[in-house]
Design a protein around this ligand. Structure first.
Ligand code: I3P
Length: 109
């Protein structure tokens, strides 16, 4: 599954609160391949290679949990992703259907 999502980093490994200055929302083209969520920055092209920075942004979704961010009201269609090493991300989807589709895909790989 691929598509554009807006990401906010909420917690770093071990659940440590992500420091100010690194908590902003950023748009990525997301590619879910196996157990890895690749986050590609910049303009999307089908033939584009993942950059070194894109690989650093990649997230393992092995033993992760995605769920609707019902307590987050500043933006619509936002879901949480909590990873096995207790990072927490917020992702904003373009609509409710896409949000649900990402949650289901992440939780059922
Ligand atoms: C963050 C940015 C986020 C905001 C976050 C800020 O600043 O303004 O949009 O989250 O608030 O810390 P920076 O880009 O300098 O990291 P919200 O959009 O959810 O308000 P937070 O620290 O309360 O999460």
């Amino acid at each position: 599954k691929n598509g554009f999502l807006v990401r906010k980093v909420h917690a770093d490994p071990d659940g440590k609160r992500t420091p100010r200055g690194k908590r902003g929302w950023k748009t990525f083209y997301i590619i879910l391949k196996g157990l890895i969520l690749y986050l590609q920055k910049g303009e999307y092209r089908p033939d584009k290679q993942l950059s070194e920075e894109d690989l650093k942004n990649a997230v393992s979704i092995h033993h992760s949990l995605a769920m609707k961010a019902s307590d987050y009201s500043k933006r619509p269609n936002v879901f949480y992703l909590r990873t096995a090493d207790w990072r927490v991300y917020l992702f904003q989807a373009p609509n409710a259907e896409q949000m649900q589709s990402w949650i289901t895909r992440i939780n059922t790989v």
